[in-house]
Ligand binder design. Sequence first.
Ligand SMILES: C[C@H](N)C(=O)N1CCC[C@H]1C(=O)O
Length: 722
Amino acid sequence: MINLTDEKMDKTTKKKKKTAECCGYPISIFFIVVNEFCERFSYYGMRAVLVLYFRYFLLWDDDLATSIYHAFVALCYLTPILGAIIADSWLGKFKTIIYLSIVYAIGQVTMAISTIHDITDANRDGTPDNFTFHIALSMLGLILIALGTGGIKPCVAAFGGDQFQEHQSRQLNTFFSVFYLCINAGSLLSTLITPVLRAQECGIHTQQQCYPLAFGVPAVLMVISLVVFIAGSGMYVKTDPEGNIMWSVCKCIGFAIKNRFRHRSSSYPKREHWMDWANEKYDKLLIAQIKMVLKVLFLYIPLPMFWTLFDQKGSRWTLQATTMSGDFGAFILQPDQMQTVNPILILTLVPIMDRLIFPLIQKCGLNFSPLKRMTVGMLFAAMAFVSAALVQIEIDKTLPNFPSSSESQLKVVNTYSTTLNVTISPNEHLLIESFGSSADYVTFDHQDITVSLNTNPVITKAFSLIKGGRQTLIIPSDPTVMYLKEDVKSKPREGKNAIRFVNGYTADLNITNLDSIEPSATTNYTLVNQGKRDFVLRHGEQWCEFSRKFGFGASYTFLIPSTVFSDDCESITEVEDMKPNSVHMALQIPQYFLITTGEVMFSVTGLQFSYSQAPKNMKSVLQAGWLCTNAVGNIIVLIVAELGKLPKQWAEYLLFASLLVAVSIIFSIMAYFYTYIDPAEIEAQVRKEQGLEPEEMEKETLEMEEKDEDQKNEQGVKQTKI
Ligand SMILES: C[C@H](N)C(=O)N1CCC[C@H]1C(=O)O
């Protein structure tokens, strides 16, 4: 009885139901943040191994793999619109989260199943026999995941916000910070764990990289996320949707435009806002709510530019890291692991900003409003790209001088028994000792060359070089069969090292992990990771072991002499085709620090702002609008990647930085004209203007709800708590 009265009291005063609290916070938010942690673990964990799955399981090329990856990410940030419409117009946030989480979990399970190679590996050779099956299943899984993750994302944040009372605005802000911390804790753990799971070997018939485990664990986390959310069910404040609000919004906007057009003559008096042209037909409250949403959405127009820079962490910055050294002494960092610096910094910067920096700024009497924070956040991101450009300039100083598209480069390797005088027409003369090479590549601006060796008799041979390519002229023990071998002309991917062997031994050789190599032949490049690597050379019963410590991003040709077994591999000569990376990855930390500081100011604030400025019945819609800025940012990255790059990478970084500075200036001007609103206050004011005094409103609401309750009780329908 008492409970019912409390509930009615809450409803009449238009306040939300008070839920159980702990330290001033509703207990229900515990379930929401744990749910978000598990969901983000699931999402980022799956994302961490997705490109590798495309590349090495489905055997797609780099371009297709990265394009599909970015398209998937963009889709994940477009589907929030769908989720928001379902939540605000039809099911309400609670049910939308549950139903779409089920879709999401099914998607993750489908994805995990699609990675089991044994399903179609009838001949048991370790590779799937029916790629179409795996591609179709994984695409279905990805579509379900995008629908799920995007669909619930605007609802979870807004649903969390709904748990707070009007007087809890300080706690509400802290909630959004904690929410962001959970996102990043989930992201950090999963991006560390899933690549390790992927590197395990598993399988029924043959042992392969364990993609099913790497995708299976995120699937389990998604199920846990759903269970945790349902567990909190009894404690949530659940606001019901107010009919098909999106349809009403569209009709109202359409009518306002049509009506304005009909009355375009100057004889009609102007109206304050173009939406006021809907006054004739639509409720003033709906018009006021649409005005609030449109005002914020208009402000969002410049925001995708921030995400365009932010999302390049995973692409351009990771590529930059592949040209750097990740040797930190106590540990080795791989180029793609550098990305984990972002969530690590979020976990430290959010509390520092919230507890120290923002209160300090406030104490100094400065008004650091949300929109100012977002502008400063953009400027930090621009500075991050200036820092990336400076690092790039340092890297460029250490990079080899690669040929331009009209040039060709040539190096000479001599495995003949004596020193040779090599003349390359018209006027290149090189003296190359036995089992040695020319000091560096010689650059030609023409392709046709003639090579002469000072053997007796003189050997002369004509070659055509590859335009824009790098090649090595291999002179074997029989110089008459000298030949060209193509070299790598960019830094090997992922910071690996490209190595190959020239067989100067008189018979076939077997080398660990390589095919058998004939006398005088040269193997193709093999990529090896940083660190000490051992190779065993074998011919029949004879063998010797050869060890080499590798850095990052180098390329070597190893020359095997005929004496290789008699001196226990000691006489193998190393020719350095490309120097290892020398600029340290630690130099990327300032740019990560700057972009993450920018993210805290921009993204956490944007999340809070989108919630606080939205009318009650359109909270998810505005969250979706906010997430869409991220989708558009990703699409711009895709377009930029397709259009190609500026000739100098540092110039491209500076271009992006300048664009973001320009955009942040535009945004600050727009923000200057924006007046912060209290949507609840505006709604109450409009109601008052409509002639409903607060007491009358309360009475009317109470009467309506009582009638509603009686009807439901009569029908034996279980009462939903609001
Ligand atoms: C991992 C990022 N630091 C991050 O938290 N996000 C990037 C896009 C928005 C946000 C997220 O919700 O994942």
